[in-house]
Design a protein around this ligand. Sequence first.
Ligand code: GLN
Length: 476
Amino acid sequence: MELTQFTIKQAHQGLVKKDFSALEFTEAFLDKLKQEDKKIHAFLTVTEDLAISQAKRIDNLIAQKKDIPILAGIPCVVKDNILIEGIKCTSASKILENYIASYDATCIKKLKEQGVVFLGKTNLDEFAMGSSCENSAFGPTRNPYDLTRVPGGSSGGSAAAVAANFSVFGLGSDTGGSIRQPCSFCGVVGLKPTYGAVSRYGLIAFASSLDQIGPITKTVEDARIVFDAIKGQDEMDSTSVEMPKIENYKLKIENLRIGVPKEYFTKGMDSEVEKAVKRAIEIYKKMGTKILEISLPHAEYALPCYYIIAPSEASANLARYDGIKYGKTTNDRQQVTGDLIDYYLKVRGEGFGPEVKRRIMLGTYALSAGYYEAYYKKAQKVRTLIQRDFKKAFDKVDIILAPTSPSLPFKLGEKIDDPLSMYLTDIYTVSINLAGIPAISIPCAESNNLPIGIQLIANAFEEDKIFEAALAFEKS
Ligand code: GLN
């Protein structure tokens, strides 16, 4: 087995037993990504110097016979909308092309304390808006399984990097599916935690009531290790909370009740995806799990509801990019002869890409005086109905099983000119963000060498249930 294929636990054991040093381990990844990322383009910035100094620090600790945490010396890639102090953070937007982060996001601070090695910043759809990584201002990422196809989005760079063994694990953010869908497309594991479980401090905001940071890993066990390291209340994010403690949590897989929403099996689903989901259901049945049909009656409204709420919040969050406080600044200012409005028009006109502009327009419209009640307020009411659907379902079942994406990884260019068909790829993921609950995407099948993922969804703060159910599936 190559070093770059190691899971967190395997790597930790190798480091502790001195089979290899942290520096050798890190260099194996740096060598690989330098050679192979030309064709995939998972990285926007490679932080080689930082990685090497972090790895050397861990080697020193090992030389001093100090006990090291499980994540010490483990390479990680970070979606380029999460801040690492002193490192460029672009959110894949021209408007932040030269922005250097002035502090660490809380999750980065926590991982640094554990001794994680940061290899670089990964590509995404601009400001995390998209499902294919094609909306990046710096060119798309390609799927390691098939270079003519997209890796999914918006955390496509992190998912592709982990799938291509450029890193042991990665961090992504998920507002409407951006961790789970690329993980499904790249055959890796991705967790969207309960809203508030992981601090959003230092995450460039897209839609603040939906955004969550989460792990992208090769195995379920690794996802659990990373989640445990980054979760917890943070005084810098007032929406963050401490996870309630469940003592001695151990799930008997034969006592597990899994619900399958009848509304999810609609005509939009690719037949290969449907086959894969049905196969996953059979695997659980064989383990003795009870499978129940459930109903999420408002499922069909999740997508329109999301595509009102997310752009509304985005239009407010993106107002801060005025070309004065962040990114593009003084040089442009001298080129503009008119007043301040002319300056804003120039900076924002040139700095934002077409999808970001579309979202700002959608959101501004939905929030405008004449339409607020008809769109934004109504969407908020529908959001409550969607939350209630899940609440009711979880009275009857422990876990909900669903496809992650209705389709297999599609070709680059296939959907880019048709925003509606791009939005439709989020049909099974957005409702989870609207409800604020956790979900994992795990690989479950392949079709023509392309991976297919399933989602396991649980009630708020029941990540442990998700991990147990996912581990059992992975083992089988
Ligand atoms: N694809 C969805 C969107 O474009 C979700 C993005 C995300 O989760 N960041 O909004």
